[in-house]
Design a protein around this ligand. Structure first.
Ligand SMILES: [Zn+2]
Length: 295
């Protein structure tokens, strides 16, 4: 869905409500409080009341957006839908400044919409278990972009450099999905716990670089250590997939989010994983999937 598609499908608040009602209730509206089906549409006195229903049983008043990411919003749904399309389509992610300009929002609203949509991506992603050839790696985000010296990056000194950086750990199934998240640390214990949680270790083979924190995993699963000193990729022995994901993640971060605090990193990482994991969906399908999953 590009912006024109969204505007044609959803010219006004009514069309947005109508579509959400169809997705949620399939023609039979239900009271979200008592689950009674004896509900009536309220007369639409003002714009803010479009799509309001009342329950004959518990007398509650509600909208189709009840309990969803759109609950209680005063922002027109069309703007939400446009924001969703923009975020899902953005190859390099969106900044709230860009969203503010594109959708004529104020800065606070743009930031709020972005944060809510990203949080929605996190909450609607069921736990993923990777299986097959798994590449695992770790990185740091935040701070200023610079040529990373990986060893220093992994063990930032307590003082000075490194303190404004966020540790991110990730694993990707070749040809499949990625799981990446902000880590409390990158010690052997942190990495061990992460891999055990997101990878089916019995059915998988792990590829990592020579960082010693991965050593403990060698007793748990097939583990290939890739030597980055070597010039050539040795057949299947490489970590190019996860490194490619890191570069996507960082390019977008440093392009768009340089003014954000590190506290924002978890949601941003989740958004990039979500988009990566849906990359095989045809154009537009991701948008409809997102809308279906708000309920
Ligand atoms: Zn009710």
């Amino acid at each position: 869905m590009n912006l024109i598609d969204v505007m044609e499908a959803f010219p006004d608040q009514e069309s947005c409500i109508e579509r959400l009602e169809r997705i949620r209730w399939r023609g039979t509206p239900v009271c979200p409080f008592c689950e009674c089906k004896d509900v009536k549409r309220k007369r639409e006195a003002t714009v803010g009341r479009v799509g309001r229903w009342s329950c004959s049983d518990c007398k509650a008043s509600f909208k189709v957006t009840h309990g969803t990411v759109f609950h209680g919003t005063k922002i027109p749904l069309q703007k939400w839908f446009l924001a969703i399309a923009l975020i899902l389509n953005a190859k390099k992610s969106m900044s709230s400044y860009q969203l503010q300009r594109d959708l004529d929002l104020n800065q606070k609203t743009a930031w709020y919409i972005l944060a809510r949509i990203r949080a929605e991506m996190v909450s609607k992603t069921s736990p993923i278990v990777l299986q097959g050839i798994i590449e695992a790696d770790e990185t740091y985000m935040g701070g200023r972009p610079r040529k990373a010296n990986k060893k220093e990056d992994r063990e930032p000194s307590k003082r000075g450099r490194g303190t404004d950086k966020t540790a991110v750990i990730g694993a990707v199934e070749r040809g499949g999905k990625v799981v990446a998240e902000v880590a409390k640390g990158l010690t052997g214990r942190h990495i061990f716990e992460f891999i055990r949680r997101v990878v089916n270790v019995r059915e998988s083979e792990l590829m990592t670089d020579e960082y010693h924190a991965y050593n403990a995993l060698s007793s748990q699963m097939k583990h290939e250590i890739v030597n980055h000193q070597e010039q050539y990729v040795d057949g299947d022995k490489h970590t190019n997939t996860i490194e490619g994901f890191w570069s996507l993640l960082k390019r977008a971060w440093y392009g768009q989010h340089h003014h954000y605090s590190v506290g924002y990193t978890p949601l941003y990482v989740a958004e990039r994983c979500y988009v990566y994991n849906h990359r095989h969906l045809e154009d537009g399908k991701m948008f409809w999937k997102f809308l279906r999953e708000v309920f």
